[in-house]
Design a protein around this ligand. Structure first.
Ligand SMILES: Cc1cc2nc3c(=O)[nH]c(=O)nc-3n(C[C@H](O)[C@H](O)[C@H](O)COP(=O)(O)OP(=O)(O)OC[C@H]3O[C@@H](n4cnc5c(N)ncnc54)[C@H](O)[C@@H]3O)c2cc1C
Length: 491
């Protein structure tokens, strides 16, 4: 991993520093080699490998603070790490850095069903956060494919999105308070549970989405919602993204805006899952050019008949869309297990793409109304650049976030295909930009999108970012080289 950091930090983790860190977290919780190191080094997409040889696993915020102070005194920089499921190389560390992984800080501190909040330590696995909320009859709606291994601290640090953003917003919308260790080792306790709090600058929202560059998040207060009384889960087959957009609008209306999920999937992605993932079938009778996974949940007031009304509304909306030729076919889950199967289709298409050879990934958002235009233009431009490339688009259409991935042409050398990563990114990101979109909708910047930051962010914005970074981390000790492009790389 190349560093683009400009600060002068130590070039090695010395035996003395390791000893000091081991005294803070305990010998067992400082990993310096062996098989326990590996999961901390291997990055999801295999684009980067950490060379780091020191992973500290603190037990509480006090230990995190002590680790940060000790590293700072030695001039050694720190990479915060959660479940290491991030897609942008944000948790990758160089040989001379220390990884601080929050896995041991995994306690649910409190669930308050009356206040509709919960307080959790940053190392809680997202699925465990959801389960603790459900046990109290409440919903924590953040939901994404990696929820069995990503940590809530990592979710905050990346401002993760997922499949329920349409209704509940992204992580930033789900957080009321944050506790974090700052670059100088002080602990900032901003763990309030308030819905209204207009007192000063919003430090919490600076830390959320900062990918470990401004502070290490050690705990959070999360917003909860009523647990859904009834879920209606459907898959629809449509002829085009335009038809999907029409369907989205109709079902938002028909359900009184109770859609939580509206995911678009190209046929190639669905058939790839059917081919490669054991047990996966096409839920519809015939193949369709496009599929939509739709979830509505009945949690709002007035849904007094345990959600039966929601099902009637959704059935009526789908039937009208069928009559009007907007959709070709649809299936509604009859049971919770069928519902889970339909949702799994969307999750499986991600894994299925790995069986199609090399893939070039994108995580782009445009205004929702522009999604069909975006897909049309990108598809044409990609085929222009590489006629045999296979477009593999899918994503969170309900919030305008499309993963317009590209699978390699059959028979093409994988490395040769992957060498086109940057030019393909350029094509896709330019079109998103022209449509008023973003080159990173939910995955963040990490190491992967530094070039795009330099290209698409204004000089004013980059200058403000750098001033904020300098104010909070003057010695560039927290995840240096991530998020902010080197000044020389900017326009
Ligand atoms: C199958 C799959 C599906 C996915 N689906 C989605 C999706 O739908 N939506 C989405 O947004 N993402 C998705 N992701 C990406 C990933 O899961 C998210 O980015 C997640 O939020 C990362 O959490 P993590 O704990 O794994 O963080 P890591 O990968 O460990 O770290 C990510 C970044 O956060 C920083 N960080 C981690 N913990 C802390 C902390 N406590 N304090 C400060 N900084 C910290 C790291 O330094 C790094 O920069 C998916 C990933 C996979 C593998």
């Amino acid at each position: 991993v190349q560093s683009n950091s400009t600060s002068a930090t130590a070039d090695t983790v010395t035996a003395d520093l390791s000893d000091r860190l081991a005294r803070i977290v305990g010998d067992k919780h400082l990993i310096t080699g062996g098989v326990r190191l590996r999961p901390h080094l291997e990055e999801l997409r295999g684009r980067y490998t950490s060379a780091c040889r020191a992973v500290a696993l603190p037990a509480d915020a006090g230990e995190v603070a002590a680790v940060v102070q000790t590293c700072a005194a030695a001039g050694v920089s720190i990479v915060a790490q959660g479940g290491n499921t991030g897609a942008m190389g944000g948790a990758v560390a160089r040989a001379e850095q220390v990884i601080v992984n929050l896995a041991r800080m995994n306690r649910v501190l409190e669930v308050d069903p009356v206040n509709y909040t919960m307080r959790v330590e940053a190392g809680c696995i997202l699925a465990n956060v959801q389960a603790a909320a459900a046990d109290a009859g409440r919903l924590f709606p953040l939901s994404l494919g990696a929820q069995g291994s990503c940590q809530i601290g990592g979710n905050l640090a990346t401002n993760a999105g997922g499949i329920n953003v349409l209704r509940y917003g992204n992580t930033r919308d789900l957080v009321l308070g944050v506790q974090a260790v700052l670059a100088d080792g002080r602990i900032w306790d901003g763990m309030n549970s308030l819905r209204k709090n207009n007192t000063g600058y919003d430090l919490k929202n600076l830390l959320i989405g900062s990918e470990g560059t401004l502070g290490i998040i050690t705990a959070a207060t999360l917003k909860l919602f009523p647990a859904p009384k009834r879920r209606v889960v459907a898959v629809a087959g449509v002829a085009s993204p335009d038809a999907a957009l029409d369907l989205l609008g109709r079902l938002r209306d028909a359900s009184s805006d109770r859609l939580s999920t509206f995911e678009l999937m190209a046929n190639i992605a669905v058939q790839s899952a059917v081919r490669h993932i054991a047990g996966q079938t096409d839920p519809l009778a015939g193949e369709h050019d496009w599929y939509a996974l739709i979830v509505a949940d009945g949690t709002v007031d007035g849904d007094g008949d345990a959600g039966a009304g929601l099902r009637r509304d959704m059935e009526a909306g789908l039937a009208r869309a069928l009559d009007d030729g907007v959709l070709r076919d649809a299936v509604i889950a009859e049971s919770e297990s069928q519902a889970r199967k339909l949702i799994l289709l969307r999750e499986n298409i991600v894994e299925a793409q790995n069986f199609e050879g090399g893939s070039i990934k994108h995580d782009v958002s445009v205004p929702v109304a522009q999604v069909p235009e975006f897909i049309r233009r990108v598809h044409a431009a990609i085929l222009d650049a590489m006629p045999a490339a296979r477009a593999y688009p899918y994503g969170h259409m309900g919030d305008g976030n499309i993963h317009f991935n590209i699978s390699q042409p059959p028979g093409m050398d994988k490395e040769k295909f992957l060498a086109q990563w940057r030019p393909m990114n350029r094509i896709v990101h330019e079109i998103a930009h022209q449509l008023g979109g973003s080159f990173s909708a939910e995955h963040g910047i990490g190491l992967t999108k530094l070039e795009e930051m330099a290209r698409y962010k204004s000089a004013v914005e980059l200058d403000l970012y750098r001033q904020i970074k300098r104010a909070l981390d003057p010695h560039n000790l927290l995840n240096p080289g991530k998020v902010l492009p080197a000044a020389s790389a900017s326009r």
